[in-house]
Design a protein. Sequence first.
Length: 108
Amino acid sequence: MASADHGAGAPTLYTAEEAAEILRVKKSWLERQSAARKVPFTMLGGAYRFSLAHLVAIVQMHEQAPGPLTEIRDRSSRTRRPRAPQQAVSREPAPLRPRPRNGPHRAT
C-alpha cells in the first residue's frame, strides 16, 4: 500500500486493488461502481485512484441504519382467526388442446 507521504500536503492515493483490499470487496466491484460513477474516485493516468476520504465516503454511502423497532409479541398471546370456509373447487382437469404449430402455416 502507498502509505508514505512524499511531501507536505501530498494525498495518499490507493490503487483499485489496494482500495478493494481495504474495503474488503472485489476489485471488479469497485471498478464497476467507479465506471458507473456511483462511488467517488480520482482518475489519474487512465486508472482509478482512491484517497482515504473516498474510502470513508464509500463506506458511508453503503451504510444501512437499523429499521424502526416493532413491538415484540409473545407467541402465546396471538389468537388465530377462524378461516372463511372455502368454496368447492372443481378438481377436473382442463381439456387438452393441441400445441400451436411452428413455422409457416398452410391454408387448407
